[in-house]
Design a protein around this ligand. Structure first.
Ligand code: BES
Ligand code: ZN
Ligand code: ZN
Length: 493
């Protein structure tokens, strides 16, 4: 195990000392730094070089052969103002010094509660590198061998450490899948990945619906997109069942798995198309979660459903203006072939509700670019039809610091998904509503009958374009993996 907890301060390449700003700062540090270069620390504090202000760091090198080679003091600022978000920010700051000093073993002094565990999680998430395609071994990502969180109450922290380590593992697993490019992770590869999970992990049953089955079942909306490629489409269900409470229905988590979104005949322009292998992030999140549930022997019943297709251009591609019939019998006019996510999800959701009869449906999808217009790159907009589900999502978001914000399924907007010559249209640009995220949610809602439903639009949060994001380098973020795990825990309690 990478995360350990210990009562004593363990030997390590690097010792991390998180410090609140306080009058007794030196005494605090002295307690821990007996074997490090205390002289330097005292003078740094006397000269007000290090005061424990938020984000301040001081790196010290042990001049003798002590328990650790390097110590880093990291300021956490005012203790009263220090929340999980700040801890994650501070943890992220540690990733670079760890990498630059090539430290392999880390010891962290815990401050209070589970802060030390979260610091460890944050530094690992920030230090992640997607190096599958890097051939030079020197350029591969820096890997830690152990992280020990040191606290007098080590025993009490151990469960949290295990849980968070596996949640970090699930997030990283999701990132690896999302980052894998479309030539290596098409619909068929996604199916193979799901099969591998079902084989390696316990209590998971897999069911695969391929093109011919989907066609026979009348999945017109999914087929409309899937036909554009030779690969796919598929619907894959991964049913995880382990000693659930009696008479409970399963929770369904549905992921958008567009392994490449070219936009179709409404082709995406340069600058917007290159990263469209990210469009399977919802499905990859679902895979990461199902894997986590089994890994942690979670008690409950959860079905992961993947809607898998590629949105390409070919002689079988759907045309703007075409009208198709969806699985639930509704007709959809395809006004924009780039609004493909809602098409595949329409049938996947309707199928899930009809055949799997879940207690709740949570859809996770990179559905709109408009998500960034609404809430930027850090906050996931969501829409929900049920109070209990809303509360579970909002509370979970706070607990793992993955912010969400509810947008309304405003009735007049929901009306506007209706068509003139069809029941529904897949794009509302012609009616000038602009509320792109809500229109996506409104469209999906039209395919749910009465099951409590939530839709998370990860269009802004699935991918980091810059390197300054908390807990995340450039590329796939793995956002909403932890959030949805927490939500499932609450709904299953
Ligand atoms: N996959 C995109 C949304 C997206 C864009 C996610 C950028 C992440 C980053 C989705 O399929 C799409 O193209 N949506 C359209 C919908 C519109 C045509 C109604 C959009 O957002 O423009
Ligand atoms: Zn699209
Ligand atoms: Zn898409």
């Amino acid at each position: 195990m990478l995360f350990k907890t210990s009562v004593k301060i363990e030997s390590a390449d690097m010792l991390i000392l998180p410090i609140y700003k306080s009058k007794t700062i030196l005494a605090e540090i002295k307690k821990h730094l007996s074997k490090c270069n205390l002289q330097e620390t005292t003078s740094a504090i006397d000269r007000k070089i290090f005061e424990g202000g938020f984000g301040q760091t001081l790196m010290l090198c042990n001049q003798k052969n002590g328990k650790y080679k390097i110590a880093i003091l990291i300021g956490l600022g005012d203790e009263k103002k220090c929340d999980l978000h700040k801890i994650k920010k501070a943890g992220s700051m540690l990733a670079q010094p760890i990498e630059k000093t090539k430290s392999k073993t880390i010891a962290i002094i815990n401050t209070k509660n589970d802060e030390g565990v979260w610091l460890a999680a944050a530094m690992i998430l920030k230090g992640y590198k997607f190096d599958k395609y890097i051939t030079n071994p020197k350029k591969k990502g820096h890997k830690l061998t152990s992280v020990t969180i040191c606290d007098k109450n080590a025993k009490a922290l151990a469960a949290k450490a295990t849980e968070l380590q596996t949640m970090v593992g699930a997030t990283i697993y999701t990132r690896d899948l999302v980052n894998t490019t479309s030539n290596d992770m098409g619909p068929k590869n996604m199916v193979e990945t799901a099969k591998k999970i079902a084989k390696e992990f316990k209590n998971i049953k897999i069911n695969i619906l391929d093109r011919s089955k989907l066609e026979k079942m009348g999945m017109g909306a999914l087929m409309a997109i899937g036909k554009s490629s030779q690969d796919g489409p598929y619907i894959v269900t991964l049913e995880y069942k382990n000693d659930p409470k009696p008479n409970t229905k399963p929770i369904a988590i549905i992921g958008k798995g567009i392994t490449f979104d070219s936009g179709g005949l409404n082709l995406k322009p340069t600058g917007h198309i290159e990263t469209m292998h990210l469009d399977k992030a919802g499905a990859c999140t679902v895979l990461g979660i199902i894997r986590w549930l089994s890994q942690n022997n979670f008690k409950g019943h959860v079905i992961g459903v993947l809607g898998l297709a590629e949105n390409l251009i070919g002689s079988k591609s759907i045309r703007p203006g075409d009208i198709i019939t969806a699985y639930n019998g509704k007709t959809i006019e395809i006004l924009n072939t780039d609004a493909e996510g809602r098409m595949i999800l329409a049938d996947t959701i309707a199928y899930t509700e009809k055949e799997l009869k879940p207690s709740h449906i949570i859809s996770i999808a990179t559905l709109t670019g408009a998500a960034t217009v609404a809430l930027g790159y850090d906050i996931t907009p969501f829409m929900v039809t049920d109070k209990t589900l809303k509360k579970a999502i909002e509370e979970s978001a706070k607990e793992v610091d993955e912010p969400v914000w509810e947008l309304p399924l405003y009735e007049d907007y929901c009306e506007k998904v209706k068509g003139t010559i069809s029941d529904i249209t897949n794009s509302s640009k012609h009616v000038n509503i602009r509320a792109g995220v809500i229109m996506g949610g409104a469209f999906l809602k039209a395919f749910v009958k009465n099951t409590p439903f939530a839709h998370l639009d990860m269009g802004g949060t699935a991918w980091a374009e810059t390197t300054d994001k908390i807990c995340c380098p450039y590329g796939a973020t793995g956002a909403n993996t932890m959030l949805t795990i927490e939500t499932i825990k609450k709904l299953s309690a």
